[in-house]
Design a protein. Structure first.
Length: 383
């Protein structure tokens, strides 16, 4: 083959961009370098959800809630070398130590050149996308939080996260309760508060008008073990919300919060990872338990501890050569967390088992038949 023809054949590969979306991160020490970490650090950009503020000791006041998370800003030093260029701040821990801790987090990220989205000193700042240029491709990152402790949502004059309020109503199964006294035989209906739906749709629409690719971090869903057994892992509000955001122009929705994996689905040309699991999860100091409601302390069963160690990356491959800079494919790459809470690549059998399970979840069943899985990675071809 003449040299020029060979170059032409190779050109599309060289043109591709690789953006990696990880699950939730809570970093409290040096992350162990592993083949997986080395691999993601070569991506054009890594987007992660920073679960909790990075602030110095004594900053702010703890909220009255069951679990409080924070880390020291010095642990953020290593993020750029892991490839992390953008983080989501829209989560149910970002305001655990109040506005002062959020301000310090933003300052710490700015000082390190890490872009952020999903929280800010007011609502406009929280909803503002982080825009980056990756070898000529303009990418907008947004992030929203549906898991909202009281007062965590940014408003006109109040710092906080970019919130989407969700309403819940409860339908008890009375006959089941009589037959099974002591059980919580309930169906939980949930839907997004309509004014918030309009706001979030507009934010995504605007971003998709301005940028080539729109990636949205979603903090949503239900923590492992907290859904009624009759409902599976996905709350009712999630799919309709995903439909709206996909319709508004989101290319990828990458989900977190549940600390366990949940399915992947495709809505037209948008890929949705409902829950990617934890990515880096270093043990946190125990926090005083809230006095109410009267939880009995129940030891976490082994299966649950195991599930919290599973996760998957989403890798977006973007074709720079094509006009419109299109999303070419999205790869689903399973991993597990080791005893230190750092991510490691599992065996091919392990990864295939995770992919098989992901494909089996109700919301992803359609895609399960359409993705190609090979060597422990699944590929969703988009064009
Ligand atoms: Zn969370």
């Amino acid at each position: 083959m003449p040299q020029s023809a060979m170059e032409n054949t190779l050109q599309p590969m060289r043109e591709d961009l690789r953006i990696v979306m990880t699950g939730d991160i809570h970093v409290r020490r040096t992350v162990e370098v592993s083949p997986l970490i080395t691999d993601i650090s070569t991506a054009d950009c890594v987007f992660a959800n920073l679960e909790g503020p990075a602030c110095e000791k004594g900053t702010g006041y703890p909220s009255d809630k069951t679990v409080l998370l924070k880390t020291d800003p010095r642990w953020l030093d290593q993020l750029p070398s892991l490839g992390v260029r953008v983080v989501s701040l829209a989560n149910n821990h970002m305001m655990d130590y109040g506005p002062a801790a959020l301000e310090q987090t933003i300052r710490a990220l700015d000082e390190r050149g890490i872009r952020h989205t999903g929280a800010g000193l007011d609502e406009a700042a929280a909803f503002r996308p982080a825009r980056i240029q990756c070898r000529g491709v303009d990418i907008a990152f947004l992030s929203f939080c549906c898991t909202l402790p009281p007062n965590y949502r940014a408003t006109d004059g109040r710092p906080g996260v970019a919130g989407i309020r969700v309403r819940s109503s409860f339908e008890p199964d009375l006959s089941r309760m009589e037959e099974e006294p002591g059980s919580a035989s309930l169906y939980v209906h949930t839907d997004v508060f309509p004014p918030d739906l309009g706001k979030v749709r507009e934010a995504v629409r605007r971003a998709s008008r301005d940028a080539d690719i729109v990636i949205v971090g979603m903090h949503w869903g239900v923590s492992l073990g907290w859904t009624p057994v009759v409902q599976g892992q996905t709350a009712d509000y999630q799919r309709p919300l995903a439909d709206v955001l996909a319709g508004a122009g989101a290319d990828i929705l990458c989900g977190g919060h549940a600390h366990a994996i949940n399915g992947v689905c495709r809505i037209e040309n948008c890929v949705v990872g409902y829950s990617q699991g934890n990515f880096i999860w270093h043990p946190h100091a125990s926090t005083p338990a809230r006095l109410t409601p009267p939880y009995k302390s129940v030891e976490e069963p082994d299966w649950k501890r195991q599930r919290k160690r599973e996760g998957y990356l989403l890798e977006a491959i973007i074709d720079r050569a094509r006009t419109g800079r299109t999303l070419k494919e999205v790869r689903v790459v399973p991993y597990f967390l080791d005893d230190r809470g750092d991510p490691q690549r599992g065996s091919i059998e392990y990864s295939e088992e995770i992919l098989g399970r992901l494909a089996g979840y109700a919301e992803s069943s359609k895609i399960g038949k359409r993705w190609n899985s090979e060597n422990g990675k699944a590929t969703i071809q988009l064009c």
